[in-house]
Design a protein around this ligand. Structure first.
Ligand code: ZN
Length: 531
């Protein structure tokens, strides 16, 4: 059965605190949604702000492959004519094939919030839908607060959607605007409405009870054919229904049809791209698309997954464009080491036991390799009998000084060995780690000019046993990049400078070793995890 997907990330999604999209961002997201196969894209509320009006002006010039663009707005004002209503005029000016009208279903909102009569509200719905139909629009009628309104006065709630249906609405979408309903109630109400209205139904839920996805699925089982939601569940308060979870549930678990299988494989990319454009960190543990959604950590799990892949996975990760990951930690068995080494393209035959012991020893001191695949790879490589390090860091001196009237300064001196030669260099920097990085590069660049292309992109510090305050153990994660390639390394010590240089040495050693063995640095951004 076909289910129609209606995305409102650009309107309801932007109600989320801390989420703001420029016009260019909105157009970029809309293009991604279209490419994915979304059926409807709600671009905004043209009557509410100039940015949304500008979106529709741009959208009208673009070619859309799958999606129909919808403009959103409310029914006409009380006691006014639809033809002269500014909000309805803005909707028509948006020049979209679809118009979504929101109207009141709950008596409380009609009399107390709109401060009009129940009869006038029905007329507002009827007139507004009829006007849009007269202009040839596909009309989606969003029945705001429908589930709460139905509880308060089911006859009146039904009368509102009958008014929309009789005026020609193509869809009636029942909204759980306050997000407080439970799946049983959603299911019961949809079934009752279905018996009384011929118009096809849709569902729009919010996540205030952590049930937006469950409520959407319950509504579809009860007979709704359109589901409204946002990418990653963005939305005000606790968010909207998360389409990223709803779509694979419908398609993979429930046998419904939403998008083509190869479009579904772009689900993970869609989720991450939208979070990137929205400048929000992706949720590593998000269902289906999180970096950890198919990560295997415990040794027993990994051994089982190596034998039968689906033994600890609810779906094939590739169906949604995600991938299985083996996580290296003190819970690992030898199987984790072997599989992870294979994924990284490093030979680990015969080394698993010694690598595993080393991982366990280092993790007991506070190292963590789950997020530091770069350091893990070096650990495997260093375990090989014939490993020669491209350089050895012999001595390090760092000085940090502050004198009256002068900004704080740092200086580092390093003694490095490359082959038989000793290099002695010094550099200053805005802090001790920066100075150390500069001094090491000065020595290394003479022999390894390719390191000029390696940049440090992130530096994270975590205090492990915070009770001991400044005497606590510090873990440092460094993310480095060369072009598109990225890798993360780890250091750990009671001394933050030592922890930093351990991570720094690994971050510079890895690309050199990789180059020597003619292998690219495989780690891509998606595989590194923030601490
Ligand atoms: Zn909403």
């Amino acid at each position: 059965m076909q289910i129609f997907l209606y995305d409102t990330t650009l309107r309801d999604g932007t109600q989320r605190e801390g989420l703001s999209l420029s016009l260019a961002d909105k157009l970029k997201i809309a293009r991604e949604l279209d490419r994915f196969g979304m059926h409807y894209i709600e671009g905004g509320w043209p009557g509410s702000n100039p940015k949304d009006a500008a979106f529709f002006a741009e959208a009208a010039k673009m070619e859309w492959k799958h999606a129909k663009i919808a403009a959103f707005g409310s029914t006409r004002r009380a006691n006014s004519k639809p033809e002269t209503d500014a909000n309805l005029k803005a909707l028509l000016d948006a020049n979209t094939p679809v118009v979504t009208l929101v109207g009141k279903s709950w008596t409380l909102h009609v009399t107390e919030v709109l401060e009009t009569t129940l009869e006038e509200n029905l007329a507002m719905i009827r007139d507004s839908v009829a006007l849009m139909k007269a202009h040839g629009k596909e009309v989606i009628y969003d029945a705001e607060h429908f589930f709460d309104g139905f509880r308060a006065d089911n006859d009146y709630a039904l009368a509102t959607i009958k008014a929309a249906a009789e005026a020609g609405a193509d869809w009636i979408v029942l909204c759980d605007t306050n997000g407080g309903s439970l799946p049983d109630w959603i299911s019961a109400v949809v079934q009752q409405v279905k018996g009384k209205i011929k118009t096809q139904l849709g569902i729009h839920t919010h996540n205030d009870s952590e049930l937006a996805v469950a409520n959407s699925l319950a509504a579809i089982v009860a007979g709704c054919r359109q589901v409204q939601g946002t990418i990653n569940g963005y939305g005000e308060r606790c968010g909207n229904a998360n389409l990223i979870s709803i779509i694979p549930n419908l398609q993979v678990k429930m046998g419904m049809f939403c998008v083509l299988p190869d479009q579904l494989q772009r689900l993970t990319e869609l989720s991450r791209t939208v979070s990137e454009i929205a400048n929000l960190n992706p949720d590593e543990h998000a269902a289906y698309v999180g970096n950890s959604a198919f990560a295997h950590k415990g040794g027993i799990h990994v051994a089982a997954v190596a034998k039968v892949e689906h033994s600890y996975q609810h779906i094939e990760p590739v169906q949604v464009g995600n991938r299985k990951r083996v996580v290296i930690s003190e819970l690992s068995g030898r199987g984790n080491i072997k599989m992870r080494a294979e994924e990284l393209g490093v030979e680990s035959a015969g080394l698993e036991r010694s690598v595993l012991e080393r991982v366990k020893l280092l993790e007991s001191k506070g190292f963590q390799f789950e997020a530091a695949e770069g350091s893990f790879e070096l650990l495997v490589r260093r375990a090989a009998a014939d490993y020669t390090a491209p350089f050895k860091l012999l001595d390090v001196v760092t000085i940090v000084e502050q004198r009256r009237g002068v900004e704080m300064q740092a200086e580092a001196t390093v003694k490095l060995q490359i082959g038989e030669e000793i290099y002695h260099t010094a550099a200053s920097g805005n802090g001790p780690v920066n100075a150390l990085d500069q001094a090491m590069r000065k020595a290394l660049l003479a022999r390894y000019p390719e390191l000029a292309n390696v940049h440090l992109v992130d530096y994270k510090v975590r205090i492990l046993d915070s009770e001991s305050a400044t005497g606590a153990t510090t873990r440092v994660l460094i993310e480095a990049a060369m072009g598109e390639e990225r890798w993360t390394t780890v250091g750990c010590s009671e001394n933050i400078i030592e922890a930093s240089w351990q991570a720094l040495v690994d971050s510079l050693e890895l690309p050199l070793v990789r180059a020597q063995s003619n292998q690219p640095v495989l780690l891509k951004h998606a595989e590194t995890v923030a601490a």
